[in-house]
Design a binder for this molecule. Sequence first.
Ligand SMILES: Cc1ncc(COP(=O)(O)O)c(C=O)c1O
Length: 397
Amino acid sequence: MNNHCTLLRTRIDLDAIAHNTRLIAERLSPGTRLMAVVKADGYHHGALAVAATALNHGADALGVATIPEALELRGAGIDAPLLAWLWAAQDDDGVEGALAARVALGIPSVDHARAVIAAASRLQEESQDGSHPAARVFIKVETGMHRSGVDPERWAEVMDLLRDAPNVEVLGLFSHLSCADDPDHPANDAQAEQFARAIAYGRERGLALPINHLCNSPGTLTRPDLHHDMVRVGVALYGGEPIPAREHGLRPAMSWLATVALVKPVAPGEATSYGLTWTAERPGWLAVLPVGYADGLPRAAQGVLEVAIGGRRYPQVGRVCMDQILVDLGENPAGVAPGDEACIFGTEPGAMSASELAEALHTINYEVMCRPTGRTVRTFVAPEAAGLSAARHESEA
Ligand SMILES: Cc1ncc(COP(=O)(O)O)c(C=O)c1O
């Protein structure tokens, strides 16, 4: 797509991702490895560019949710250790594809263990010389989140099945903290203790379990005692503070930008947008921005969003439409004009941060980062941080 006609874009600063990766890597306990979580297209920052940047600046491995996400990275030439943890045990082709591409799989149930064992044996039989590389797995153990993980009463069954399977290598255990963004929540210690019990139990049953991991971003930043052999860091990599009101020196990487499409006068008593929910009280100017709920801006942003143009903030007014919003420029003292750049959230002077907008929307910065979609086009700053060529700077968000 031609960037000159792009009215709506995210600008992803790969230097910020490089900075955040280094900052996190420096905080890790000795011997702890860093898995960069690049699921959901790198939290909408572009999985490939983020993966390449993180690997260039201190990450040791990558984590994604689904097998297609993992295969896309492999298809783009990313060779690093890679884990996918969300897949269906019935998806024989997917499992074989993942194992053939040396993607490690998370095992959250007995059925998943059986599926990997069966796929590993098929691949072994099909290989020319019977020496297909071992299927690598991490067992996801239930420690208290009750989302996805092998329940303690099935630990023995899953561990023994995988231990005894030919051509399967159990790299370690993992689990996920449910309340790490609330460092004082008692569930953190309870889950940590259960995780330690699972590791001890697995080793008693003869598994070496060299690489175990529990922490996400908030756990990594606040609980060095729980770093184990690896941490799985997502939001902090993108510069999102995982714990509201804490400050760790992270640099947000994403700005969501729209070109002002139109500036028009509005007279006192004139109302705007669907439902005519906002009425001008004095003569002024409205700017039309080409972003709406089809692009991921929630209708609930009405009345809480303030966009920055030229370093000043202006309130969004009236209903959020499918494709456009209106911004009250008042008397337009700064002379905002069509073609100017407006920042919906991000790092431009005066702009709301993703965290600030999240608070206003009663949500979390994770969700705000994942909002830009639809007609948004992604552009990268500092592609050299990822080792990307100029030709690959831009992609559909
Ligand atoms: C299993 C797992 N590990 C790690 C992460 C990364 O979490 P965060 O973005 O809080 O670092 C996620 C994301 O939700 C996840 O699902």
